[in-house]
Design a protein around this ligand. Structure first.
Ligand SMILES: C[S@@+](CC[C@H](N)C(=O)[O-])C[C@H]1O[C@@H](n2cnc3c(N)ncnc32)[C@H](O)[C@@H]1O
Length: 198
C-alpha cells in the first residue's frame, strides 16, 4: 500500500528553521562573549608567525644597540636565530634567543654551529612570557603590537639602562627615544624603535 507523503505545514517548517538559526547565533554570541570577558581579543594575534628580519634591518638593530663588551642580547621570538648569532659573530658577546617553535630552535642551533658561535649563543625553547630575561642588557623584539603592550610592564621592570629595540611595532604611548626607517629594494618600509628602561 502506498503511504501518503508526510508534509510539514509551511508555518511549522519556517519556525523550525528560524529556531535553528537563532540557536546557532546564540551559541556564537556566548562563545565570543566569554572570550571578550577574559579581556582577550579573539583572533590570531597570540600566534606571531616566523618572519625573518632582513639583513639591512638586522644591521640597524645592531647599530642602535651600541653593543659593548659584557652586553647580553636577548631576542624574544628568535626564529632562525639570525639576530643573536650576528651579535655574537660581530661583537663576541653572549646572546640568547627564546623561541616557542622547536624546529626553529634546532635550525637556530645548527646556524650557530655553522657560524662557530655555539659557545656564545643559547637558544631556549619555550614561551617568552614564561622566561626570565632579566639578565638582558639589550632586548630585541619582532612580535605583534598587542604582545609588545603585554610585555611592556615586564620590560619596564628590567634594570635601568636596558636597551629595548623593536622591529616594526612600537609600545603604545611609551615614546621611543629613536626611530629608524628604511625602505628596502622590494619597496617595503621597515621601522625600528629604540627605548631605554628608566
Ligand atoms: C616575526 S618572527 C621574528 C624572528 C626573529 N626575531 C627575527 O627578527 O628574524 C617572531 C618569532 O616569534 C616566535 N614566537 C611567537 N610567539 C612566541 C612566544 N610566545 N614565545 C616565544 N617565541 C614566540 C615565532 O615562532 C617566530 O619565530
Amino acid at each position: 500500500m502506498k503511504l501518503p507523503k508526510a508534509t510539514i505545514p509551511f508555518e511549522r517548517y519556517f519556525k523550525y528553521e528560524m529556531g535553528k538559526n537563532v540557536l546557532c547565533l546564540l551559541v556564537l554570541l556566548i562563545s565570543f562573549q566569554s572570550v571578550w570577558a577574559q579581556g582577550e581579543t579573539p583572533g590570531f594575534s597570540d600566534l606571531v608567525p616566523f618572519v625573518a628580519t632582513p639583513d639591512e634591518v638586522v644591521n640597524i638593530i645592531l647599530e642602535l644597540s651600541e653593543i659593548q663588551e659584557g652586553d647580553v642580547l636577548y631576542d624574544l621570538g628568535s626564529g632562525d636565530g639570525r639576530i643573536p648569532i650576528e651579535a655574537a659573530v660581530r661583537y663576541g658577546i653572549k646572546a640568547v634567543g627564546v623561541e616557542i617553535d622547536a624546529d626553529l630552535v634546532s635550525e637556530a642551533n645548527s646556524n650557530a654551529r655553522e657560524m662557530g658561535v655555539e659557545d656564545l649563543v643559547t637558544f631556549v625553547q619555550g614561551d617568552l612570557f614564561e622566561m626570565d630575561f632579566s639578565e638582558a642588557t639589550v632586548l630585541v623584539l619582532y612580535l605583534f603590537p598587542d604582545i609588545n603592550l603585554k610585555l611592556r610592564p615586564i620590560i619596564q621592570q628590567l634594570p635601568k639602562g636596558t636597551r629595548v629595540i623593536s622591529h616594526r611595532f612600537d609600545m603604545g604611548d611609551w615614546e621611543p627615544e629613536k626611530i629608524r626607517k628604511v625602505t628596502l629594494e622590494d619597496g617595503r618600509e621597515h621601522e625600528v624603535y629604540y627605548w631605554t628602561v628608566e
